[in-house]
Design a protein around this ligand. Structure first.
Ligand code: AHR
Length: 649
């Protein structure tokens, strides 16, 4: 694994904080009972949580390069700029009444007498990342009564150098809307390019859905996703993907909640809404942030399938964000919300001839998506939540008894709100409780044993959103420091040790664009052409790619190792790969020797792998150490996370 340290990564990662837990160096002997597993590691254990925040979808994984392609932003020409010499009335913004989901379009009017040039330029999402020698696919919807106007497209860099150009003449000027595409090759690339559209000739031409995609999308799908960003997710081999949020599920108010049915079918019919992160933080306003839903539920399910992750959609429970409008759907009006959930299951799993399964099939996926889990509500709380959840639970389980329902425990992992929900959800015997913790690194170190005494018979836990905050919760000054990554690594030993009760875990948020973020820290930082994994990303990756199948007892004097002398550790066995895998954090400023005494092991390969990540490296480094069936000795660098892999023979 290699982490590039560049200017942009430096933006996301600040200097390393060294904890002050100096202890006398002493050999530590830890015992691993390899033949007495205490739990199975669920295949879902380490997953990802995707939300359209920080330009995560539009301007992020959704590879569309044109911003406001359908002129449906509040300001219809936001992102667009007239160049050349405009004439009065040669560009009009109009609405059609027969299309309520995408009413606006533009009209170009030119006469033969016009001496002006007609150029409309799109700035992209913080510019357009354009690659050299790549095919770009431009498409639009047009309507013309007669032939007359031709279009030319030019991609130009910030110094106005031409990167590539294409031409399009509307083929069917019959007064009806048509889709037409043209592809062209670039001769040069740029990080922040723009697209100039020239209209030449005379006549009237209506345009909508002006769209530009690179050819090298994930799996080469037209209108698809940014391959480099998705590859970072695929590399994690995530057990699940939670989507689409997060707070965007709730909406500022109910009118801006996420409604999955409006995100499927032809993209031009998907009704755009404001992204709640547009104006959520006064200190990080993003007035051009909208949800076009070019990525919708079909694409999320398909992504889950592509990367081998279980889909975990979260639906609105009839409550808007309680930090914002706190709008509530009256209980006797909740039916449409419940019906949305029932219909989603049919959309995902129903036969290709069922009403919703048919739509999935028409979108190119007749086979089911095998949805097994569904979240009701994001960070909702209070008796109103429990009351609404109970209605969903009854309706969903009476029709789909095996469905795993994920319920919210609110915004915090403790306190009155948490206690009320935790008690209520356990009484309801809900399948999974979603706990969120955005806390300082110290909290993660101190709470590594959080689940050691959780009830094994009750609901399973989903650590649905967590990230150590270097400054304060959601502070714009938070950085992905090594201290935060190490704190998460330490905490995750506790999750792994308690895989018998914790079934899923995901860091949050997942992506951030260096020029368009609202929330820090984030797992993966991107610009228009590059992706950068933070140290926190590599911690996640070391866990998820070394998941194992069985949790083993790892103890010092019969006690789990959860912070004693600055050590945190857990162990798993992988019965498929025949490996014993130890994860251990040394949270001290000293190099420490450690001996793992192995019990119940017959024979091992005499060389084992030690993978180390620390604040000096930012890059996991692999070394070879000696191993026997009785013991393995290792040196742990100061403030390091180590994965030790022993081959069982
Ligand atoms: O991850 C960012 C936000 O944090 C999520 O949208 C929300 O669920 C939480 O408050």
């Amino acid at each position: 694994m290699h982490i590039k340290k560049s200017g942009i990564l430096a933006l996301a990662i600040s200097s390393l904080a060294a904890p002050a837990l100096a202890q006398p160096v002493q050999p530590k002997v830890l015992t691993i009972q390899a033949d007495k597993p205490i739990a199975s590691v669920p295949s879902t254990m380490w997953g990802i949580f995707f939300e359209d925040i920080n330009l995560g979808a539009d301007g992020g994984i959704y590879a569309e390069l044109v911003k406001n392609r359908s002129f449906e932003f509040r300001q219809p020409l936001m992102g667009w700029k007239r160049l050349g010499k405009p004439m009065e009335g040669d560009l009009l913004v109009l609405n059609r009444t027969d299309n309520t989901s995408n009413p606006r379009f533009i009209r170009i009017k030119r006469s033969l007498a016009d001496t002006s040039t007609w150029v409309l330029s799109n700035e992209g999402f913080r510019g357009m990342g354009i690659k050299k020698d790549l095919r770009y696919d431009f498409s639009l919807l047009y309507r013309a009564e007669q032939a007359g106007i031709k279009l030319k497209f030019e991609l130009r860099d910030s110094s106005n150098h031409l990167l590539g150009e294409g031409h399009l003449t509307p083929e069917t000027p019959d007064g009806q809307w048509h889709k037409q595409s043209v592809s062209f090759q670039t001769q040069a690339g740029a990080l922040r390019a723009h697209l100039d559209i020239w209209a030449e000739g005379a006549g009237t031409l209506d345009l909508d859905m002006l769209s530009l995609f690179p050819a090298d999308t994930w799996k080469g799908r037209p209108g698809g996703m940014r391959a480099d960003m998705i590859q970072m997710l695929a590399d994690l081999k995530p057990g699940f993907i939670r989507f689409p949020g997060g707070c965007i599920v709730e909406g500022y108010d109910l009118s801006t909640r996420y409604q999955w049915k409006k995100t499927i079918g032809p993209v031009e019919d998907r009704q755009l809404i404001i992204n709640r992160w547009n104006n959520e933080f006064a200190h990080r306003p993003t007035p051009d942030y909208f949800q076009t839903f070019g990525l919708g539920f079909f694409e999320y399910f398909q992504l889950a399938e592509d990367i081998g992750a279980e889909p975990l959609p979260i639906l609105n429970c009839g409550m808007a964000c309680q930090f914002n409008s706190a709008e509530l759907v009256p209980i006797d009006e909740l039916d449409p919300y419940v019906q949305d959930a029932l219909d989603l299951i049919e959309f995902a799993n129903g036969p290709a001839d069922s009403p919703w399964g048919k739509i999935r099939a028409s979108m190119g996926h007749p086979a089911p998506f095998h949805l097994k889990m569904l979240g009701v509500g994001n960070e909702n709380w209070g008796p109103q939540y429990l009351e609404r959840l109970a209605i969903f639970e009854k309706a969903l389980h009476s029709r789909y008894p095996d469905l795993h329902i994920v319920a919210s425990s609110g915004t915090d992992p403790n306190g009155e709100r948490f206690d009320l929900l935790n008690t209520g959800l356990r009484k309801m015997n809900i399948n999974l409780i979603d706990e969120h913790y955005y806390r300082p690194p110290s909290w993660f170190f101190e709470n590594a044993g959080r689940y050691d005494h959780y009830d094994r018979q009750g609901p399973k836990i989903f650590a649905g959103e967590y990230a150590a905050q270097s400054k304060a919760i959601a502070s714009p000054d938070n950085k992905n420091t090594w201290e935060t990554a190490l704190a998460e690594a330490a905490f995750m030993t506790g999750l792994e040790r308690n895989a018998g009760v914790v079934s899923l875990a995901s860091y949050a948020p997942l992506f951030a664009h260096v020029d368009g973020w609202q929330w820090t820290p984030d797992l993966i930082w991107v610009d228009n052409l590059h992706v950068y994994g933070t140290p926190n990303y590599y911690i996640q990756k070391l866990y998820s790619t070394n998941k194992g199948t069985q949790v083993l007892p790892l103890t010092e004097q019969e006690k789990a190792l959860s912070g004693q002398d600055g050590y945190f550790a857990s162990a798993v066995r992988d019965d498929t790969k025949h490996e014993l895998i130890i994860k251990i954090v040394n949270h001290t400023n000293e190099q420490r020797p450690v001996t793992f005494a192995l019990k119940g092991v017959k024979k091992v390969q005499t060389t084992a792998k030690q993978i180390t990540l620390n604040g000096d490296l930012h890059t996991p480094e692999e070394t070879t150490i000696k191993a026997s069936a009785k013991k393995v000795d290792a040196q742990l660098a100061p403030n390091s996370f180590n994965v030790i892999k022993i081959k069982l023979l």
